[in-house]
Design a protein around this ligand. Structure first.
Ligand SMILES: [Zn+2]
Length: 345
């Protein structure tokens, strides 16, 4: 590999070469998002310093604004519906939620399962909220690396957290050390193989170029997880909660208006009242609605449109991994026969 100096280090999951997609800017730190030509997953190239990421999430990411808290509460209901069967079938034992935000889902897990639920959360604002509102939850630390490995948990759950990480291998190793034999990791994260993302990566609503550093794909080979001692028990595309993208339909209408005005203006020149209406809706969408507004009437509209469309946008990935006991892990490793060494972290 003579030219290896300037060649991309390759996909963390399958080792294939990657292609750069668009620029990422996390609080002034600039990188490129790169897509794997093999499994389709995406990660920033090159990784950002972990300490800088931790500072960003501790101080800047959450602000305890009313809409952020409300959004977290709505999302907790959606996540719970998606994972309750999986959680119900895990071994008895405590649960750890990583990146718990304002703690709504963790509290729901605690009440629904009757188990102890601990949380990992880097944001000071969120931790203060959790202490205040959900005192039964124990804040175990600011990251999984900070926890003492004790194979204590029956499940580690994380929802829309993995896209904020950049190297999954190190994270999974830390999580494995916290899980009982047979314990599970349950995660929801944007789906790198979503149709909208494949079609137009820059305009995909989940790009979040100011915060998202990684998108996982259902095509990641099972052997990647097996080498780390996990068996994939569930990996499926799902439909995201409508609150993730409030105002997206008005935004789409706005984009149509832009296209008609700037590209094929003559079409609407024939029907001026329609053009005026589209322009007014466009201005409304642009100026009046906060990007993450959780106005209840808007959420209801979004929900209705999603239902009418039959949940076609399977932009989210539900991933469940089971930690195999030491004997099983050895068998798994033997079965996948020392597959490539590129993924060492
Ligand atoms: Zn890959």
């Amino acid at each position: 590999m003579e030219q290896s100096k300037n060649v991309d280090k390759g996909c963390e999951f399958c080792g294939a070469a990657r292609v750069r997609l668009y620029g990422v800017n996390l609080g002034g730190i600039r990188r490129q998002m790169a897509r794997c030509s093999g499994c389709g997953s995406c990660q920033v190239d090159s990784p950002i310093d972990e300490a800088e990421i931790e500072t960003y999430y501790r101080d800047a990411y959450f602000g305890r604004a009313k809409w952020q808290v409300e959004k977290c509460e709505v999302l907790a209901g959606d996540y719970w519906r998606k994972i309750r069967r999986i959680v119900g079938s895990t071994n008895p034992g405590p649960i750890l939620e990583v990146g718990a935000g304002y703690g709504f889902l963790a509290e729901r897990l605690r009440i629904s399962t009757g188990r102890r639920v601990d949380v990992v959360e880097p944001s000071d604002d969120c931790c203060a909220f959790i202490r205040d509102r959900f005192p039964e939850l124990k804040i175990a630390g600011s990251s999984v690396n900070a926890l003492v490995s004790g194979q204590e948990y029956a499940a580690v759950v994380c929802f829309h957290v993995l896209e904020h990480l950049q190297e999954l291998t190190a994270w999974l190793r830390s999580v494995a050390s916290l899980l009982q034999d047979g314990g599970r990791v349950v995660a929801l994260t944007p789906n790198a193989m979503a149709g909208g993302f494949l079609k137009d990566p820059v305009r995909w609503l989940w790009v979040g170029a100011d915060q998202h550093l990684q998108f996982l794909s259902p095509e990641i080979p099972n052997r990647y997880f097996e080498e780390l001692g996990f068996r994939v028990t569930h990996c499926a595309a799902t439909t995201p909660c409508y609150i993730h993208f409030p105002s997206r339909w008005l935004q789409e209408l706005s984009d149509v208006g832009d296209g008609l005005e700037h590209g094929r203006g003559t079409v609407l020149d024939q029907v001026l009242p329609v053009k005026r209406l589209v322009r007014r809706l466009r201005m409304f969408a642009r100026n009046r609605l906060q990007p993450n507004s959780s106005a209840s009437w808007l959420l209801k509209v979004e929900c209705c449109i999603d239902r009418l469309r039959g949940g076609q946008d399977r932009d989210e990935l539900l991933l469940c991994l089971q930690r195999e006991g030491s004997g099983s892990a050895e068998r798994l490793r033997a079965r996948c026969g020392g597959v490539n060494s590129k993924r060492n972290v």
